[in-house]
Design a protein. Structure first.
Length: 162
């Protein structure tokens, strides 16, 4: 299995929330289905189109996966980004607690970057009084590392440089 998350020294964190293996396998079935459509016309053409469709669907799923990163003093989750000074203490949830945060405990006003098949969830309250979003809810395969990266960025931000 490929490495999906890593710390970038003390400078940050980056994780691509790619689809699970079962989603990729299911998407790859689109290739043979496309080949069946073109099989009555020409089998060689059907094989080429089937292979191209299968590769394209899997490639689009991977390329379209959101990225969660902490660079400098900015947390980015999908399309959104915010400086860590506007965020509170990150809370890590796993197992049943994470299911609750993704389900019944989910505030619809929050910013969500949630992916199925990823168990961990990090909830970070937004402390900016002008922001209508109360929290960010982010799926992560390594929620403890994401929370630690946010805490490091907040500590660097609040510590005066010499």
């Amino acid at each position: 299995m490929q490495k999906t998350a890593h710390d970038v020294g003390t400078e940050g964190y980056r994780e691509r929330l790619g689809p699970s293996l079962w989603v990729l396998v299911s998407a790859a079935v689109a290739g043979p289905m496309a080949a069946l459509v073109f099989a009555p016309i020409d089998t060689t053409l059907a094989l080429v189109i089937g292979a191209a469709v299968g590769v394209a669907v899997v490639g689009l799923l991977i390329a379209g996966s959101p990225v969660v990163s902490v660079r400098g003093d900015v947390l980015q989750a999908g399309r959104a980004h915010m400086t860590v000074e506007m965020l509170g203490e990150p809370e890590v949830f796993t197992a049943e607690d994470a299911r609750h945060q993704r389900g019944v405990g989910l505030d619809p006003r929050s910013w969500h970057v949630i992916r199925g098949g990823i168990d961990g969830v990090v909830v970070i309250r937004v402390t900016d009084p002008d922001d209508p979003t109360p929290a960010w809810v982010i799926s992560s395969r390594t929620p403890d590392r994401l929370a630690a990266a946010v805490r490091r960025a907040q500590a660097r931000r609040s510590t005066p440089s010499r």
